[in-house]
Design a protein around this ligand. Sequence first.
Ligand SMILES: Nc1ncnc2c1ncn2[C@@H]1O[C@H](COP(=O)(O)OP(=O)(O)OP(=O)(O)O)[C@@H](O)[C@H]1O
Ligand SMILES: [Mg+2]
Length: 369
Amino acid sequence: MIVKQLKLVNYRNYSDIELNFSDKYNVFYGDNAQGKTNIIESVFFCASGRSHRASRDNELVKIGENNFYIKIEIENGDYDCTIEIGYDRKNKKIKINQNPIRKLADLMGHLKAVFFSPEDLSILKAGPSERRRFIDITLSQLKPVYFYNLQQYYKVLAQRNNLLKKAQGRKDLLDTLDIWNENLATIGSNIILERNKFINTLYHYTMENHEKLTNRHEKLEVRYSPSIKAGEYNDLNDIKKQFHKQLEKLKNSEILSGVTLCGPQRDDLDILLNGNNIKIYGSQGQQRTAVLSMKLATIDVIEKETGKKPILLLDDVMSELDEKRRRYLYENMDNVQTFITTTDRNLVEDSVLANGKIFRVENGTVTED
Ligand SMILES: Nc1ncnc2c1ncn2[C@@H]1O[C@H](COP(=O)(O)OP(=O)(O)OP(=O)(O)O)[C@@H](O)[C@H]1O
Ligand SMILES: [Mg+2]
């Protein structure tokens, strides 16, 4: 998968730029706060429908302007595609090949991208929601219906929580709880099934990458830790049965607390280094290597599932990696269109610089070297 061209209008600190990319490497260098990350953020936006860092689309509109526009041209073997995203501080309008799409799920999968930045350490260090986000972003690109289910699930969950809260004063409202349970368990089971499948594949590739990165000294395991306990997670009916059972068991506690206490919204990943929780026992360097192994594994999973490599967006990671890990990353960038931001272009290997395009970023302008 290759991004040929990007156009930005009033996006972050860009007024109007158009860039043509190399099929291999694209390096953006410049001082701090010039707009390097903004570029790859906009590319990632086209893959996932959201920014990797902004919580609200409003932040993405150039200060003083009323709307932004992103256009991206993708070449994907026999299937070329144009994605356009416009946002006017109220509505997001997305077109794929000039056709407006009605739901965000329809954007998923057209551009597959893996984003990697030093902040991804939070996958290990922060709470479970960061790990669910990591799973959801990749899985949504792989399976648009997964993203759709996720949206539906969170809608049902919010309504069910609302009911639980209201029912604290009015027990008669609980008559409708069964309907919400059925909805929650049906959609939730699909999410659990897909997460399990995805994490099993991720487990395999993460382990492989990590063994190579550490000369087989360390064993890194990424395991699904679902909130719904079932024997196996590959039988939808069984998961659903267990989901209902757990809801039944927790019914009184849920009414007391006014929130849903089980389901995918409480899933987590167990990340173990040589059998121990990496968050507690891993050194800073070990954690960095682990995130690198996991990120490279997501490239592998996407390739395995779709037969095509995603694009890779590396935000400022070169300065964080030592020589050995950088080498390994370069080896894995082979045949992957890669976008690299850096303040120091000396950190980028000569072979990368020689095989790609180098862009100088300065205060919202981009010039090719
Ligand atoms: N909505 C916006 N409108 C105008 N400018 C913005 C907007 N959002 C961010 N900026 C500007 O964009 C710049 C930051 O861009 P970006 O994060 O891409 O920098 P960078 O080159 O990656 O820097 P660093 O090396 O520090 O990571 C800042 O100057 C910031 O003020
Ligand atoms: Mg940056």
